[in-house]
Structures are given as C-alpha cells and as structure tokens.
Write a protein that binds this ligand. Structure first.
Ligand code: ACM
Ligand code: ZN
Length: 616
C-alpha cells in the first residue's frame, strides 16, 4: 500500500513537472528545466554585472539595452559581483559551445556558459520567457527556474534565395534578428540563379553590371512575359563586398554564420548572360524574370572549357576572402546535361578524363569545383543529386529531395545536412492550393513539425544538422518572406535545437499560439493559415461527392455555408460527419472560431474544384 502511494505520488510529481515545463511555452524546448516555487519580479532587477573580460562587455551592453527597452526601464551596468537584484554572466568551462545554464532565483538571474554563444542563447531564453508574459498581456513576473540547455545540432539553418527576388541588406538584418531569437545559427544565402547574380566579384564586373538585373515583371512565376526588344533590365540588385562584410559582422554579433552559395553548373543563366563565352552555345542570353525551362536558354556552364574553371577560381577566391564561414556551397542541383552532349569541348573533356558520359562529366565538374574550394581552405557543400560516378567524400551533402540521400550519404561516411523538401521547404504553400499563388506543393505547419533530422537508418555521427529552405520565385517582398518563414520557423527551431522529448503536435501548437503576439510586436508577418478549415472531398457510395472538414490544430469550431454567403458563428456548425452537397450549390465556404473569436480567413472553394479532387 505504502509503495502504491509512493508510486502515485511520484507519478503525480512527474506529471506536475511535465505540466509546468509545458507551461513555460519556450521554443525551442530546453533540455532540462526545473521549476521552483517563488515568483520573481523581473522589473525589480536593476543591474547587469559586466563580465571581467573586456571583449565580452559590448555583448552584455547590448543585452542591457534590449532589456531596458523591453521593460521600459533604465537597467544599469556594474562591475560589482555582490549586488542584489542583478543579472550576471559566468564562465563555466565544462559546458559545450552554445550550451548554457540559466538560473532565475528570487534575487538574481545568472547565465553560465563556456563561451559567449552560450550566454547569447541563455539570454534569448530569458528574454523569451519575459516576452511570453508581456506580449500576452501579463506582468513581467517569472517563476523561479533552473534551465540547462544545449543544441542538438551545430547547423540550425534557414536558406534564403536572394536570386529570384533580391532582398536588400536591411531585410537580411531583420531576418537575422528573428532567426537569432529562435536560436538559428546559419543563414545560407542562395546568391546566384537564373534570375540574378547577387554578389560583387571584383575581377568579373559583368556578373553584377549585367547578371544582377532583369526586366521587371509581376505575378505568377510560371509563364512570365519574355523581355521585349530593347526593354531595360531594371529590376534587381546585388551585395557589394562592403555590404557582405557589414552583414557578416551583423550576423556574427547574433552568432549567425552566413554561408554563401554559388549554384553551378546549372541554375547559371545569370552567370552565362554576363559571360556568354562560358556556355556551350556561346549565344547571348538575358537574365530571366520567371520560369527557366525554355530550351533556348542555356542555363548551364560549359564544363569542358578551361576558362570556366578560371572564372570559378576567381569567384571562389573572392568569396573565400569576404565570408569567414568555413563552408562554401557550390550548388550542383537540377542540371540539364543535354548542352554537354552537343558540345565538342565538353565531349573532348569526357574523352580526355576517361569519363563515360555526361553524367560522369557532372560528377567530374562538381569534384573539380570542390577542389578549388578546398584549396582556399574551405569546406564545399553540394546539393545532393544522384550522380553516376558519385562525389568526393569531402563534399558535405545537402539532401533536399527527400531523406534517402542523407541516409545513403551518411552511411558512406559523408557529412550531411538535411532539408527534405516535403517537410522543410518554406516556399511550399501553407493552405489550400486553390487559394495560393505559390508554386510546387504544400507543407502545412503541422506537417513541418514532423521533420526529424535523424530519420531511421541515418548515421547520426555524420549529421551536421538541418535547415528550412525558402526559395523566392513567388516571394516578391519582405512581408511575404516573413509570412513564408513564420510560424514554420518555430517547428524548425524546435526540431533542430531541442534535445527534450518531442511534444505532441497538440502541445506544440499551443506554444506556437503563445509566440504569435511576439511576432506581431516585432512587426514580423506570419501565416495564420494553420487556423483554416481544411475541406477534403471524396467519392460517396452512390458516386456523389462527400465533403469532410478538418483543422490543423485542436480546439477550433468550423462554421460553413453552401449558399454563397460568408459564414460566421451563427451558421451551421460542422459536426464531424461527412457533408452531402445540396443540389445547386456552387461553393462551400468555411471559417474557424475559437469560442466566439474568428480565427481563420473564410476558405471558399468551388464545388467543381472539389469534384475534380474526388475524381468525379
Ligand atoms: C533544389 O530545390 N533544387 C535544391
Ligand atoms: Zn560545353
């Protein structure tokens, strides 16, 4: 009996600890979190103790400014360790890089780490706890807590395609600010593609005088009208080397590494338009506004030509000098090899190198470029593509089509970074395809939470980390950039940082909701399509279409109409059973509510579209 009582008491305590952990709503969830009993008034903290090491003082000064702004108070710095009501930073040598301990006690807050990155992440956690209260309309009062935390992966990235649309350095800085709050540490910049070359290379000025500009076009990416004769290429832009140095320094202060990507040998129309002599056809080209898959456009470099390698060496030399990152990404995806089949120079290279075909020529090329990167003291990264002859093992594989590439490469001893498209691509739309103007396919918020950077069969030792990837064909401005990133960025942050047991989707969705007011306060746009009613259609027993309605998160009520009027909470409530379509109905409209508060947009779908989906 006594044992049973003890077991029940332990179970209750464990349950209670779990419940309290969840109550903290942190994203990402720390590895260990122990909650105390006292309440701590954060606005009663008046001092920040500067670390002894002079070089770390600006960081703490930056923290002080941030906290003063958040609390609307004048927090002071001090060098005395003995003050009460203070926030202090300690060195704890045995902690791993980026790890931290955060202790909030009745009188003091302390953050310990072995290096400043750990202080930075401990600080992000502290600020998040505070803002979760403030931005949700509560007092700045926190529970006593002791947090021990460290990241699961060293590469917690977001990729931004700045070629399809150019985003100036202020946009990039704001993007980095948001990344850092959720403990991302890599910004992978996709700097070149068919739609623009975005980096100044001093030895090859035409890359930016020609390659950074295209004719202005608005609207859907596929089938954009071609340039008219004599039309000025006026849309675009690029980062000067000074801009890059500024961005790198800005990112460094936020412990974000900027990794540059030059996409070769495909996706290279901007390169070829700047220097037509490096293509197989050598014909003049123009940088594209839209869809590249016009067979007349040579978007691939000639890999038989020595001068191609000379130019690539010049490019990589300059990149290596301005980006301190250990990595340079050299692309390698989606190459149309038929130009090489019809090019005598490429065919000569195949013969000279003893290769069998253009597939092996691609491997040869990627390996050559990787050698150039290695010569500059950097580590090459390539998009994982299935290549006949394989790639050198010192090329880090960025696996994107699915997880199989990462599983295979990791077991062959290659380092891998995972960005499986169907789980982590941020260009994929977040709601019903009928209502989106986004290419490709869907990656709803709840789906993105399923991303596991360590899928079954992977060699864990070789996983560097993972990332979300935002291609910007349909992302023409900063608001859309933010809209595509958040809140899916939360699921990525959780999956890439947190070592704690993974929460259920229901529990994690509650955290997401608690963080939305923080995004709003930061003027960061986000998608709320995860509140949408999801309408699905299938064939009924008598070959009629029947509809079902679902929602991504629990706790929502859906109201609907078939009479072409917009529903609200006084309309029929969806009760879970399949709906028959009334005779004559042209559309279904549905809206979700939480209690009496409307949460979603009105999803309006034509019955004809639903019949098509039900294959009727
Ligand atoms: C890719 O999505 N082509 C890497
Ligand atoms: Zn060629």
């Amino acid at each position: 009996m006594k044992n049973l009582f003890l077991a029940l008491a332990c179970a209750f305590l464990a349950y209670n600890a779990k419940a309290q952990e969840k109550e903290f709503l942190l994203i990402p969830q720390p590895s260990h979190l122990v909650v105390g009993t006292a309440s701590v008034k954060i606005n009663a903290l008046t001092n920040m103790v500067l670390p002894k090491e002079k070089e770390h003082q600006p960081l703490v000064e930056h923290f002080r400014e941030q906290l003063s702004a958040i609390l609307n108070a004048d927090i002071k710095t001090t060098t005395s360790n003995r003050t009460k009501s203070s926030i202090s930073f300690y060195v704890k040598k045995d902690l791993a890089k980026e790890a931290y301990h955060l202790d909030i006690t009745k009188n003091n807050v302390s953050i310990s780490a072995s290096d400043p990155s750990g202080w930075f992440y401990g600080w992000q956690t502290f600020i998040q706890l505070l803002r979760l209260k403030l931005e949700n309309g509560k007092e700045p009062i926190l529970k006593e807590v002791s947090i021990k935390d460290e990241p699961k992966f060293g590469w917690r990235g977001l990729m931004l395609d700045v070629s399809r649309h150019f985003f100036n350095k202020d946009v990039i800085k704001r993007y980095i600010d948001q990344m850092a709050k959720y403990k991302f540490n890599v910004l992978h910049l996709h700097l070149t593609d068919n739609q623009g070359w975005r980096l100044e290379i001093k030895q090859l000025p035409k890359l930016t005088s020609v390659g950074a500009w295209r004719v202005p076009r608005t609207g859907y990416w596929s089938g954009m009208p071609a340039p008219e004769p004599g039309e000025k290429a006026s849309y675009g832009g690029y980062y000067s080397q000074e801009d890059i140095k500024e961005l790198v320094a800005y990112a460094k202060q936020r412990f974000v590494d900027i990794v540059p990507e030059i996409d070769l040998p495909g996706h290279s129309l901007a390169f070829v338009a700047s220097y037509p002599e490096i293509s197989c056809t050598k014909t003049p080209q123009q940088v594209l506004a839209g869809d590249p898959w016009n067979p007349k456009r040579t978007n691939v470099v000639c890999v038989g030509n020595d001068s191609t390698y000379t130019k690539i060496d010049q490019i990589i030399t300059e990149i290596a000098a301005i980006f301190p990152s250990k990595y340079i990404h050299i692309g390698g995806d989606e190459v149309t090899r038929n130009y090489w089949s019809n090019c005598s120079v490429c065919q000569n290279r195949i013969a000279k190198e003893g290769l069998r075909n253009v597939d092996e020529l691609q491997s040869y090329f990627v390996n050559q470029v990787a050698k150039i990167v290695l010569e500059k003291g950097k580590t090459p990264i390539g998009w994982y593509e299935t290549l006949e002859k394989g790639l050198d093992s010192n090329i880090v594989q960025m696996s994107w089509k699915d997880e199989k590439g990462a599983i295979k490469s990791s077991n062959e001893g290659k380092k891998v970074i995972l960005t499986p498209a169907f789980l982590t691509y941020l260009d994929f739309y977040q709601g019903d395809p009928y209502l989106e103007n986004a290419p490709f396919t869907v990656n709803r918020l709840s789906n993105s939470y399923k991303f596991d950077p360590l899928p079954a069969g992977i060699n864990v030792q070789n996983v560097i980390g993972g990332q979300g990837s935002l291609w910007t064909e349909q992302v023409p401005n900063e608001r859309k950039l933010q809209f595509m990133t958040w809140p899916r960025g939360f699921t990525l942050s959780e999956n890439l940082w947190s070592k704690a047991p993974k929460l259920s989707w229901t529990d994690f969705s509650k955290k997401i909701e608690a963080h939305l007011p923080i995004l709003t306060a930061d003027s960061t746009n986000f998608s709320n399509y995860f509140y949408d009613a999801i309408i699905s259609a299938k064939k009924g027993q008598n070959d009629e279409v029947v509809l079902n309605i679902d929602t991504e998160i629990p706790g929502l009520t859906v109201y609907y109409s078939f009479d072409d009027t917009d529903p609200d909470q006084f309309y029929p409530k969806y009760g879970g059973a399949a709906l028959a379509i009334p005779k004559g109905a042209k559309t279904i409209r549905a809206v979700s509510y939480k209690g009496s508060v409307p949460k979603s947009r009105i999803v309006r779908l034509p019955i004809a579209e639903l019949k098509r989906r039900a294959k009727l």
